[in-house]
Design a protein around this ligand. Structure first.
Ligand SMILES: Cc1cc2nc3c(=O)[nH]c(=O)nc-3n(C[C@H](O)[C@H](O)[C@H](O)COP(=O)(O)OP(=O)(O)OC[C@H]3O[C@@H](n4cnc5c(N)ncnc54)[C@H](O)[C@@H]3O)c2cc1C
Ligand SMILES: Cc1cnn(-c2ccc(OCc3ccccc3)c(C(=O)O)c2)c1-c1ccc(Cl)c(F)c1
Length: 470
């Protein structure tokens, strides 16, 4: 039975990784009364000057907000973000077309990554039972004993034990390495041929260079660019392009030539000199998709966030999914009375299908956008989505709406999307059949002068073909 004080001894939870998910997770566990130790390889970013080479701002949506709300951080983070009520689609000619996300309250937020991380670390630190250990890089750990070895910048090492190890150490997780050595652990990673580069669009006369409350998108099939607003009235533009295309551009003139061809309206807004300079500041970064299962080892270790499921950023859901991991785990902790031996397997059972679904959806979006999506096709698709949703609001919910503005389980959103597509396709088929039958009846009854029909039909056909051509 053990002595009474043994039962009163708080369990120690070690969170490896003090990034976005690790810092939030620390709040979740600390709120439950565990002794939380966060181990982060980097220095304390609240003291450091800049965190270079990361996506500087992120789209925060419903799933992520619900997790922040659970630890009382939603209002603070939302107040420091910029709402984006619609997409603003930029055509090659420079025409800007807004497409609302949906109802009034449906907006996503542009939040600064470094600021979000700092706020979450500071919130975690407000719990007396939480300790943040920076400059601690996990070097090795044992799944059998739960013993972890951290190395510090001076080369010294520190051995740490915990009752639960939570791996939040990102896409290249060191915690996950031990999982790879175990049988029945499934793992896959895919680097896509696209890379990404961030560019900054400065304010003009102290004001945003473009309309602020929009997710600006320049869809050019193979090339895509997005711009999210920042509190300092700049935009962070992220250019997505195949590495082989990045490599073809080697001089400032070639940068301008490329932007003149694909994103002409941004040259003035970013600035030709800034483009020439910033394009070569940092190399394009890679994007990897990681899927694995199970997420746990016994009642000892569990993976969350990018350590469990790194997704390509073409749905703006990576962080939102990682934040939702924290809520799902917390809900299961309630269900199983914090018994780690029951909670961890249940977490894998519940969460793997959903995180795999969003990984697949993000990759699907990437492939779909790369292949078909120019500004006309983007507008067409979204207007059809919004029109069908307006016609049958309960029957047809756009996939992007389910993913971004609800907590519909990701895998259920995909199933519903497939069902909706079937209904729409059948509907189109029957109405087409009805039109043909009805039309033929009318034609038989009173035949028209065929020559007057050919010209408009040809025009209609050419317009449809133009929609899909890049
Ligand atoms: C270009 C781009 C755009 C994106 N846009 C969006 C978006 O709009 N919306 C969205 O929701 N998501 C977006 N994401 C995804 C989002 O950035 C990630 O999903 C999110 O950062 C995952 O958080 P994490 O804490 O799991 O991992 P990370 O943020 O990678 O944090 C991992 C932490 O662990 C630390 N660490 C690593 N190894 C060790 C070790 N051995 N020991 C100790 N600490 C270690 C790291 O220093 C880091 O602090 C985007 C990603 C990219 C690349
Ligand atoms: C950061 C962030 C937050 N959300 N989204 C996002 C993603 C996809 C979308 O539609 C896909 C589609 C449009 C048209 C046809 C098929 C699919 C929409 C939308 O519906 O507005 C919004 C992004 C994002 C991230 C990277 C790129 Cl490259 C990008 F363009 C946007």
């Amino acid at each position: 039975e053990g002595s009474p004080e043994r039962h009163s001894k708080k369990k120690v939870v070690a969170v490896v990784g003090g990034g976005l998910v690790g810092a939030l997770n620390a709040c979740f566990f600390a709120k439950r009364g565990f002794d939380v130790e966060v181990f982060e390889t980097r220095e304390d970013i609240r003291q450091a000057k800049i965190v270079k080479g990361r996506s500087i701002n992120l789209a925060l949506s419903h799933r992520g907000r619900q997790a922040l709300k659970h630890v009382g951080m939603e209002e603070k983070i939302v107040s420091q973000g910029i709402p984006m009520h619609a997409r603003m689609i930029h055509s090659l000619s420079g025409k800007q077309s807004p497409i609302p996300y949906g109802k009034k309250g449906q907006y996503i937020l542009s939040v600064d990554r470094a600021n979000l991380n700092k706020e979450l670390l500071t919130e975690a630190e407000t719990y007396p039972n939480t300790k943040l250990n920076f400059d601690h890089k996990l070097q090795d750990w044992s799944a059998e004993t739960g013993l972890m070895t951290f190395v510090r910048p001076d080369g010294s090492t520190e051995e740490v034990e915990a009752d639960l190890i939570v791996g939040c150490d990102g896409a290249f997780s060191a915690i996950r390495k031990q999982f790879l050595r175990r049988s029945c652990f499934n793992y896959s990673q895919t680097y896509i041929p696209h890379g990404y580069m961030e560019l900054t669009m400065p304010p003009i006369n102290g004001e945003f260079a473009m309309k602020a409350n929009y997710l600006h998108i320049w869809p050019r099939n193979t090339f895509m660019m997005i711009a999210l607003p920042n509190m300092d009235k700049t935009f962070t533009c992220t250019l997505f392009m195949p590495f082989e295309e990045f490599e073809k551009i080697t001089t400032g003139d070639e940068v301008i030539e490329f932007f003149q061809k694909y994103f002409p309206d941004t040259i003035q807004l970013i600035g030709a000199d800034a483009l020439r300079r910033d394009y070569f500041r940092l190399p394009a970064q890679a994007m990897v998709s990681v899927k694995c299962s199970p997420y746990h080892i016994g009642g000892k270790c569990v993976l969350m966030g990018d350590a469990a499921h790194a997704v390509v950023p073409f749905y703006g859901q990576g962080m939102n999914a990682g934040f939702e991991d924290c809520i799902v785990f917390d809900e299961i902790m309630d269900q199983f009375n914090e018994d780690f031996n029951a909670v961890l397997p249940e977490y894998t059972r519940v969460r793997v299908p959903d995180d795999h679904a969003i990984a697949d959806l993000a990759m699907y979006n990437y492939i779909e956008m790369r292949a078909h999506v120019n500004s006309k096709w983007f507008l067409f698709r979204k207007h059809v989505d919004n029109f069908l949703h307006f016609l049958m609001p309960r029957a047809i919910i756009p996939l992007y709406t389910m993913v971004t503005f609800t907590r519909t389980r990701y895998h259920e959103a995909v199933e519903r999307w497939h069902w909706q597509n079937k209904v729409i396709n059948r509907g189109l088929l029957f109405s087409a059949a009805g039109a043909v039958l009805g039309g033929s009846y009318v034609l038989i009854k009173n035949p028209p002068d065929i020559n007057k029909l050919i010209v408009p039909a040809e025009k209609m056909w050419n317009r449809l073909v133009a929609l899909r051509t890049p």
